[in-house]
Write a protein that binds this ligand. Structure first.
Ligand SMILES: Nc1nc2c(ncn2[C@@H]2O[C@H](COP(=O)(O)OP(=O)(O)OP(=O)(O)O)[C@@H](O)[C@H]2O)c(=O)[nH]1
Ligand SMILES: [Mg+2]
Length: 423
């Protein structure tokens, strides 16, 4: 239905640098290597949490950066690994790589975790680098950079509250005032062509409000734009009727209200059973007060919120009321079947993005994504090479090669590039 979406950068921790140091003890003739290795940088892990409803917390962060591993020290001391960074997201969140659009994670149940960016491994100090042929290396490795990527986080959301009403009554204006949404607002009818979603944050809870395209008489039979969205209204928990009390467009507020309710009923009688509030907007209009009196007489004392959305007047009470209603409903779902339907999650087919075959003793890896990645990588620095192999590892290529019986020193070919595989 609606998709909450956040684009952000993530940067996993880099590995700590390996240390270059020598033993200084008079009885050890040549000294000896004494530099410890760096610790591993933190991974960034997303974890599904059923307590969260929206991506609003991520929206305020442009970038998530995890801690680096500690550098190795002298006396052979290794740097500490950095603790992984756990980021809580709502159940139903999917994460894509922004550049390739591939799905990195599809978190469908509470507690499920997925690594979004891998921390770099620590660089080896000269102790770890010592070999029989080079027992005292005069170099140490730098830590591997943490993985940096741009991601798109998506959540299929259900609006708790739907703002319904005739065109131009101020639905989008209200949404813009009470939530983080930034919908188009204009004086002509049908400014809103598809629903905008906003998250309202209160001390008590967060909830999602949608401004629906204006409804007009006949909407349930397909007149105007609204009919396309009546289905969406069916899934919101609460209806907020917005009425233009200034009636400057020659409207009759009560008739508007009745006609909207008629359209809703014609589409599905169940809609009238939803809890609703009435928002009398444009109370700054000249005749608004009189119109409101008239209106109130006709609706048998239903409570009406008087607002002037344009100057953000009266909306605090609306927010408070909606917040209370949302938390009440949360405890007892209105329609069991709707709720279940609303929790049907996007399921993505996780097709293997590559194939492995053998050409003699050479392992051949093919796949659009890998070949694209390969072509996009400039192999003149080691870092680029590391990054490439890191990505392959993450895509599961290494695991798959191991399953296919690869051993250290075997040759792998991608396009026309061959390299020696090491674990
Ligand atoms: N005077 C006055 N004008 C308002 C008020 N609220 C909204 N408007 C104006 O009414 C016009 C329509 O507002 P929108 O928020 O776009 O109305 P809408 O209901 O979303 O309209 P559609 O999307 O076309 O159905 C805009 O010119 C707003 O500036 C108000 O409280 N007072
Ligand atoms: Mg609108």
């Amino acid at each position: 239905m609606f998709v909450d979406e956040v684009v952000m950068n993530v940067e996993a921790g880099s590995g700590g640098n390996g240390c270059l140091a020598y033993r200084r003890e008079s009885y050890v003739p040549m000294g000896g290597p004494f530099g410890g290795s760096g610790g591993k940088g933190a991974d960034i892990i997303f974890k599904a949490d059923s307590g969260l409803k929206t991506l609003i917390d991520l929206r305020y962060q442009k970038k998530i950066k995890a801690n680096n591993g500690e550098n190795g020290l002298g006396k052979g001391m290794n740097g500490a690994h950095s603790e992984n960074l756990i980021v809580k997201v709502p159940v139903g969140t999917t994460v894509r790589d922004f550049d390739t659009d591939t799905i990195i994670a599809d978190l469908t149940h509470h507690g499920e975790e997925a690594t979004i960016a891998y921390g770099g491994r620590g660089g080896r100090g000269n102790v770890a680098l010592a070999t029989r042929s080079n027992p005292c290396p005069s170099f140490a490795e730098k830590g591997e950079p943490g993985e940096v990527r741009k991601i798109k986080v998506e959540l299929r959301m259900l609006a708790d509250v739907g703002l319904v009403g005739m065109p131009s009554v101020g639905k989008s204006t209200i949404l813009s005032m009470i939530s983080n949404a930034n919908p188009k607002i204009a004086s002509y009818h049908f400014t809103t062509l598809s629903p905008n979603l906003g998250v309202v944050k209160t001390k008590k809870n967060d909830f999602v409000v949608a401004d629906l395209p204006g409804l007009i008489e006949g909407a349930s039979e397909g007149v105007g734009l609204g009919h396309k969205f009546l289905k969406h209204i069916e899934r919101t928990k609460i209806l907020a009727h917005v009425i233009d009390m200034s009636a400057e467009e020659g409207r009759n507020p009560y008739e508007d209200y009745v006609s909207i309710r008629n359209e809703l009923e014609k589409f599905s009688p169940k809609l009238l059973l939803k809890p609703e509030i009435i928002i009398a907007n444009k109370m700054d209009g000249e005749k608004a007060k009189d119109n409101l009196e008239e209106f109130k007489k006709k609706i048998n004392n239903k409570s009406v919120f008087e607002v002037t959305a344009l100057i953000n007047e009266g909306l605090d009470e609306v927010i408070e009321k909606l917040s209370d209603m949302v938390s009440e409903i949360e405890d007892k779902p209105l329609y069991e079947d709707d709720v279940i339907e609303s929790h049907v999650l996007y399921k993505f087919k996780m097709e293997k993005p590559f194939t492995i075959s053998k050409d003699g003793d050479t392992f051949v890896v093919r796949g659009d994504q890998i070949e694209k990645l390969f072509r996009m990588t400039n192999f003149n620095t080691e870092e680029a090479y590391d990054r490439f192999s890191n990505k392959l590892r993450k895509m599961g290529v290494d695991d798959e090669l191991i399953k296919n019986g690869i051993k250290d020193g075997d040759t792998v070919r991608i396009l026309d590039f061959e390299f020696e595989w090491t674990r």
